[in-house]
Design a protein around this ligand. Sequence first.
Ligand code: ZN
Length: 345
Amino acid sequence: MPFSRRVDVTRRRRTLLVLAAATALLAPQLPGAGASAAQAHASDQARIALSTTWSGQRFVAGERVRVTGAARPASAVRRVTLQRRTPGGWTKVAAVSPARARYSLPLPTGWYGEFTYRVVASGRAGAGRTVSATRRIQVVPAYDPRGSAGAHRLAAEPVARWEPCRVIGYRLNTSQAGPGARKDIRGALHRVYQATGLRFVYRGTTGIIPQDFINTYPDDTDLVFAWARPSQSPLLTMNGGRPMGVGGAAWAFGFRNADGSAASRIDSGYVVLDATQQDRLRAGFGRGVTRGELLMHEIGHAIGLQHVDDRRQLMYPLMQRGRARWGAGDLAGLAKVGANRGCLS
Ligand SMILES: [Zn+2]
């Protein structure tokens, strides 16, 4: 069975970081909102009567879901807010200023995981606010992930993650890429977003071909995708092999996850694909050896995952012929480097 060789291992490089610099990175959250909400609930419930209807508890990612209800009397209600519990407190995800008592708010289903939500009705002057009971919501993939959750490996210990509370800017060097490459990159990044909550923003094209684990990019750019010949980047010939692509990241030590555990912060990443081998790949994410699968795998390295020996996972080092879908182990690893662990500090 001729499995194509794929990629190389993520390499680490350390950039030293002064700890004091890290304190500037504070989470855009609502400290203390939980405590004051509970008090308001006790004293002001009589003023605004809040009802909330959750249409379910388990949703497929991307499903359109709304939280509905009523806050009465409408004249006393200034705003109805949907909040999600995060490691740093309650974070607003949607809000509306209803003209009538009925309200309707979009419930995010963008990425997988278990989330706790609540609705808060805040009143006009003197009316206080009323808080709903909390609600657990599960967002799941549209398919059954294969394998076991244990089949994943992080690239670093302590965990190296991108800062999930800001966007990741990326640029493309597709001058040697085949047709449809940009579409597949968007598709792969969307699948990464679904598994992590990490948000990627396109910053334009670039002539850069990453040469090393650490790269110097424009200020708005954190991640570069490039198609190159092996002679154009040492990354493509590093271990004497001939991988179809490589992906990796550089990170700095000295950060903390929201739960206080140690972490490193990924500051730049790269994905370089061998332009001379791209005719071996099908476009898209369907069956066969696809560019979509290769991109997902390499982005996996660029956001902090390492290879596993379970071939049902996309982080297996050799290309497979099934659909390009994250396995259960991939998803568990991606969750560990994703937004659900909160901002870095
Ligand atoms: Zn790899």
